[in-house]
Design a protein around this ligand. Sequence first.
Ligand SMILES: *Cc1c(COP(=O)(O)O)cnc(C)c1O
Length: 423
Amino acid sequence: MPKSKKLFDSAKKIIPSGVSSPVRYFEPYPFFVKKAQGSLIWDEDGSEYVDYCTGYGAMILGHRHPQVISAVQKQLNTGTLYGAPTALEVELATLIKKAYPSMQKIRLVNTGSEATMTAIRLARGFTKKKKIIKFEGCYHGAHESMLVRAGSGLAGISVSDGIPDDFTKNTIVVQYNNSEQLDKVISKNKDIAGVIVEPVLGNMGLILPEKNFLHDMRKMTKQAGIPLIFDEIITGFRMGLGGAQEHFGITPDITTLGKSLSNGFVISAVGGKKEIMDQLAPGGKVYEASTFAGNPISVAAGIASIRTMSTLKSKIYPKLAKQCLTLAKSIHESATKYGIQHQVNAIESMFQIFFTDKPVTDYASSKRADGKKFHKLFHSLLNEGIFVAPSQFETGFLSYAHTESDLDKTIHAYDYALRQVRQ
Ligand SMILES: *Cc1c(COP(=O)(O)O)cnc(C)c1O
């Protein structure tokens, strides 16, 4: 990839590590993108890839979906930022609420990180308590209180330099899929302001919640009067129009949405119970603000996305689930055929393979998977024209634009790549 190599060499001189977000880097250097359309993405050297990174899950309708693009083009004619409210924001919030009835009131923000930061601040402001429970391996954005892992103990230790313990000491980390541990922490601790969770864990590879985990969590938090925050930034509009909360039949107190909400434009949302959301300034005392929040371009994209997804929902979600199941099954069959120890986790339109003999149900079991093998798989897939996220700890995402022939190509590519992994 001579052009990408050259671009990366220039990028490194002016952009730290040559990338605008760390997950985009991989050895020896990432490909630089020229354009994307539907299920496909092209690099600067002219190579074409079937895209399963899909903007880390954001492009659920595929790249450049005509309805989304034309809504944005139309909005470009009437302005891009006003610094004053618009009818469009009311329309988008109404559409979100219709799909997520638990979000009685909604505030629009830009990124997922802002949404979860606000959700946590709201939980603390509402309860007047300090501590937040998060689950090991869950990612909720790159801000102080959430860049924490557990390691061995339950004490919050940051995974990033530049975050003093003062910021993380109020974050308690609990093992994913461990209701007992959650119960113990909740019953021992009287200062808990909220519990935040990815209802399906998409940032540690793909990890599914075990049968009663989310229901137990809802029961315990309700009994203890602790707001439950569903971070649906990946699962929202992807597990179904109504996200994981609809899929599992659970009503959280606060929800965050992002990624698939607008199919590739910068917008996220935080919403929940009226009495919690009404804590936000200027009416309430929990402060949150942004120049670009609710900008008409992103909002127009969000409206067009949700309208498209709700009109087509009986087509989109069954198709995605069926294709994903086919793909997951084929990957499993190929890996089995080559005698490779592996696990395939999949749900709805998300999938991932792990090179380990034990089921992957939490942070520790995901960490046990062989990352070197994954790296080899990734590069072999890339050579075959398939782009999945470069890390074992990400998830593969299908979009509505993926065709049967994309899928056939992908199944063959995985078979070929897994044969390389065995060697
Ligand atoms: C991507 C992601 C975030 C952060 O969203 P940004 O828009 O990258 O700030 C938060 N939570 C989850 C579950 C995510 O996958």
